[in-house]
Write a protein of this length. Structure first.
Length: 463
């Protein structure tokens, strides 16, 4: 008889678990934490979490914020992408219209108390996981709904090398940018920064341009290096919060693309400014554009990869070339900053769906029916499943294991399986029984009713 296989050491198990990417299937780490106490202890170790973050670098996309039509002037909703992720404190946000989401915080505008529907608006910064919120003091000349303006939120140390892995409760900044039209039809764009440390706004910085302006309904932002870029009407406006400097950048020429542009930070190109769009060429594809600097120091736009949508979405019927909506039948409506994930909206035969596509791996996930409005992805370096696994006490775990082995955890007496408990014997001769799990886990588990009771045969996420 051959000798028994030696048990794997904790270090070797940790090395295996370390290589599970958080964005591949967030449920994998949750299932792994439920295999046994030993695996749960390894996954809950802060040292493991630090190594996991350092290895995989890119944060995980937990969900997204979207403006909804609920009959209220401002209304937004947080949508969780998968049930293995930690859920926000609340999902429906009546009275708040989302403007931006970055570094674990979301920025909203809301009607100022006592103001008319088209009157003054306030800014609110919200942490979805803690429900911590800050209503900012109004700047001089506060924004009104009828004005041309937008805003963005970022970590206070974002331009100084913060990795955003644990800065959720740290100071933040909000960049408020607005445009006024002069009598000579010139556009004057101004910016100022709010700091949560000083609780005040900076001095105004302005730049004049004949046709560059911003608007909260159509202007989105991305952070590259020390510059926050806003893609306005026809032009890109760059703002450096530390230097308080504004600049205007020409967009890529129309000859380089045929579609609606959205920002994309190309992390695999060293973090340069880029654009992504969906175009028909002649079939639908994703085109990447990046801004690069030549050896002579001249900045220019360059074409990047072209990814065929019919290859990524093999089981999806894309709009035909003769679709009456043209290239708007498929378009990018969101970019998860710090990751390679984009959100593509596809409409065909009066049905609209959204897909999250990872550009590097080519993986696509359908998020379901959708209304045609932009999304603001929420990303975090939190490892899915570990927060849910930690609250499970030893007593709860032992009661679950006792039920698996049909034994009373206190008297060690053999107990019958509860009446009505789903149980089945399969071809491998192992009897399985569904085990109730504490609400902190929010997942049903199917485990072996074997004598050891220490192995998880299958973990199935709830709907």
């Amino acid at each position: 008889m051959p000798p028994p296989t030696p048990e794997l050491t904790d270090d070797l198990v940790g090395e295996f678990l370390l290589r599970i990417p958080p964005d591949d299937d967030p449920a994998c780490l949750l299932r792994a934490s439920l295999v046994c106490k030993r695996w749960r202890r390894i996954l809950a170790d802060p040292a493991f979490r630090r190594r996991h973050r350092a290895l995989h670098q890119a944060p995980h996309v937990f969900g997204y914020l979207q403006v909804v039509d609920s009959g209220i002037l401002y209304s937004s909703r947080f949508v969780t992408i998968n049930t293995a992720s930690r859920r926000p404190v609340r999902c429906d946000l009546p009275g708040w219209r989302v403007l931006d989401c970055r570094h674990g915080r979301a920025l909203f505008m809301t009607q100022a108390p006592g103001s008319p529907d088209d009157g003054v608006v306030d800014f609110i910064v919200w942490d979805p996981l803690t429900d911590e919120q800050h209503r900012l003091p109004r700047p001089s000349s506060p924004p009104m709904l009828v004005d041309l303006f937008t805003a963005a939120v970022l970590c206070a140390a974002a331009t100084r090398g913060c990795d955003h892995r644990g800065c959720h409760g740290d100071p933040f900044r909000v960049v408020f940018i607005s445009t006024t039209i002069t009598p000579a039809a010139e556009c004057v764009t101004s910016a100022r920064v709010y700091s949560s440390e000083t609780r005040d706004w900076s001095e105004l910085t302005s730049v004049q341009h004949p046709a560059a302006y911003v608007h909260h309904l159509t202007c989105f932002s991305t952070l590259v290096g020390d510059t926050l870029y806003f893609f306005g009407k026809n032009y890109t406006i760059g703002y450096q919060p530390d230097a308080q400097r504004l600049s205007v950048i020409d967009p890529p020429p129309q000859s380089m693309y045929n579609g609606k542009l959205r920002f994309l930070r190309l992390v695999d190109d060293g973090g340069c400014l880029g654009f992504v769009c969906v175009e028909e060429d002649p079939s639908f594809c994703i085109r990447l554009l990046s801004r690069e600097t030549t050896l002579d120091g001249v900045a220019r736009w360059a074409q990047g990869r072209v990814i065929k949508l019919d290859t990524l979405l093999a089981n999806v019927t894309l709009p035909p070339p003769s679709h009456p909506c043209g290239v708007t039948g498929a378009r990018v409506i969101g970019v998860a900053q710090g990751t390679d994930a984009i959100f593509v909206y596809i409409t065909k035969d009066e049905r609209s769906d959204v897909y999250m596509i990872h550009l590097k791996s080519g993986r696509a996930k359908k998020l379901g029916p959708f209304r045609p409005s932009p999304v603001f992805p929420y990303v975090s370096f939190c490892i899915p499943g570990q927060q849910q696994a930690k609250p499970v006490s030893s007593a709860i775990y032992n009661r679950c294991m006792a039920r698996l082995t049909n034994r009373d955890s206190r008297s060690n007496a053999v107990l019958p399986i509860a009446t009505g408990a789903p149980a089945a014997s399969t071809s491998d001769g192992i009897r399985r029984v569904a085990v109730p799990v504490p609400k902190t886990l929010n997942v049903p588990i199917v485990m072996d009713a074997a004598s050891s009771g220490e192995r998880l045969r299958q973990g199935v996420l709830g709907a």
